[in-house]
Every structure is written in structure tokens, then in C-alpha cells.
Design a protein around this ligand. Structure first.
Ligand code: G1P
Length: 270
């Protein structure tokens, strides 16, 4: 729920899904996350208040949020990993392809990142993972893929040969890191159910995909866009600056402020 400029981070993910043509969203939440449900809900009190005060613009914004899409919520009782979070949505997803969005990866892209993956999915008819080339020093923060060297599938599209979750730098099979977008098929669910917990006690989606790879081809696509990892402090700060500079109502004044900063003087005060 931390805001980037004036919208909670999770809303960027929801808006990306809507703009990608998704029509139902399942939010996997947990203890202490009720604010998320309230945020996307119809707020009768707030709407009445804004209407009475003639605050039309704010009213439209509030309605836009609650009208956006169909929301369903499922709680992950214990934080047992990303694979487990996907597995708890199994009954609600049913027997259909679906997208997974890890909302702390905020991606500014046109077409939106999930739309890019759906387009590849429709062509290749198999699960597609979003990947990005990352510096070697950062590679062990990600799931990493090895690719089939001879598959010629088109610009930025790869066939996955293997996947490994957060490998040590020297064991990473490539610099292609999985970023937080996936388009998956329902056969991931039995694969996840057959996946054992890792040594931290979590079921990893990467390991579930590795299981699935035994039965069908999986693809990866280098999404075209700018990604911010808002899950760490520096990434969050960069994202705030980036999205503020993308805002027509703020960009001029904010960029004047940034260029006015005396960085040397500020760092001397540290
Ligand atoms: C998760 C996945 C990892 C992926 C990453 C992308 O890790 O387990 O494979 O590369 O998201 O953001 P987390 O960041 O939750 O530790």
C-alpha cells in the first residue's frame, strides 16, 4: 500500500492487468492486509461525502478504482513462499490460463508487460515468464533461466532449458533473471503441489516451473519497458522519482527541484 507519488504500489499492478485485457483479479493477501481490500472496494461513505461537497474529480477517481475489475481475495494463511501463494488461488483460477503479477516489480511499458506476455503466450501456446538481463552482482536475488541455444523463436523470446531460484553468482546459468510477471497454464498447480519446500521452508514458483518443464516447453520473454523493484529502499526511491517525472502535473516543478539540489553539500552533511 506504499504510494508511488499518489497511488499505492499495488494499484499499478492492478491497472497493468486491466490495461492488458485481464477481467478478473485474485489478490492473494494475508494477515494485516485488509487495507488492500478496502482500497479496491466501493466506499459508500467516501463517495457520499465527496458527492455532497461537489468534489467531482476525486469522486471520479474513487469510482474508477472500485469499477476497475472483478476482485476476489484469497488468504495465504502462512507465508510459505510464492509457489504456495499461487497454489492457494488454484480453486478460484480454475482450468484456465492466468497471469501472475508480483506487484512490487512496477513496470512502465507500452504495451503493458502482461499484455506483451499474453501476446507471446498466444503465439507459442505455452507458459511464458518475463525476464530481464541483470548485472552479475545482482543475479542471486532472482530466479534465473538457462536457455535452449538453438531455439529460434524471435526477438527476445527464449525456450527455457532449466531454471534455478536465487543461485550463487558463480552458479547462475545466465544473466537472464525472472522478473515479477508470468503467464501460466493450469498444469502449474499439480506441478506446484508436487514441489517440495526449499531449505527455508518455502515452496518456490521457480521450482514448480522446473517440475512443469519435465512435461512441456516453457518460454521466456525479455519484456520491453522500465522496471523498478520497489521491494527495496533504493528501488522504491528511484521509482518515486521516475513516476513523479512522468507526471505532467508535477514533472516541471519536480525536475527543477531535483536540479537545484546541491548534491555535494548534502553528502558532506552525512
Ligand atoms: C520472486 C521469485 C524470483 C523472481 C523475483 C522477481 O522472488 O521467487 O524467482 O526472480 O520474485 O521479483 P522475491 O523477490 O519474492 O524474493
Amino acid at each position: 500500500m506504499l504510494p508511488l507519488v499518489d497511488k499505492p504500489i499495488i494499484q499499478y499492478g492492478v491497472e497493468e492487468a486491466v490495461a492488458s485485457g485481464v477481467d478478473n483479479i485474485i489478490l492473494v493477501t494475508g494477515r494485516g492486509k485488509n487495507a488492500i481490500e478496502d482500497h479496491f472496494d466501493v466506499s459508500v461513505e467516501l463517495e457520499t461525502f465527496l458527492e455532497a461537497r461537489g468534489k467531482r474529480e476525486q469522486l471520479a477517481e474513487v469510482r474508477k478504482i472500485s469499477n476497475m475489475i472483478n476482485f476476489a481475495y484469497v488468504r495465504q494463511g502462512e507465508p510459505l513462499g510464492l509457489g504456495h501463494a499461487v497454489l492457494v488461488a488454484r480453486e478460484l483460477v480454475g482450468n484456465e490460463p492466468f497471469a501472475v503479477i508480483l506487484a512490487d516489480d512496477v513496470i512502465d511499458a507500452n504495451p503493458p508487460a502482461v499484455r506483451q506476455l499474453i501476446d507471446v503466450f498466444q503465439r507459442l501456446e505455452g507458459p511464458v515468464l518475463a525476464v530481464e538481463r541483470v548485472p552479475r552482482d545482482d543475479i542471486s536475488n532472482y530466479g534465473v533461466i538457462a536457455i535452449e541455444p538453438n531455439a529460434r523463436l524471435g526477438d527476445g523470446i527464449y525456450q527455457v532449458r532449466d531454471l534455478v531460484e536465487k543461485p550463487p553468482r558463480e552458479e547462475a546459468p545466465s544473466d537472464l533473471a525472472i522478473i515479477g510477471r508470468y503467464v501460466l497454464t493450469p498444469d502449474i498447480f499439480p506441478a506446484l503441489a508436487a514441489t517440495t519446500s526449499d531449505r527455508t521452508g518455502e515452496i518456490q514458483l521457480t521450482n514448480g516451473l522446473r517440475e512443469l518443464l519435465k512435461t512441456r516447453p516453457i518460454y521466456a520473454y525479455e519484456v520491453k519497458g522500465v522496471r523498478h523493484d520497489t521491494g527495496n529502499k533504493l528501488g522504491f526511491l528511484k521509482a518515486v522519482v521516475y513516476f513523479a517525472l512522468r507526471r505532467p502535473d508535477l514533472a516541471d516543478q519536480f525536475s527543477a527541484y531535483l536540479t537545484s539540489l546541491d548534491l555535494q553539500a548534502l553528502s558532506a552533511k552525512r
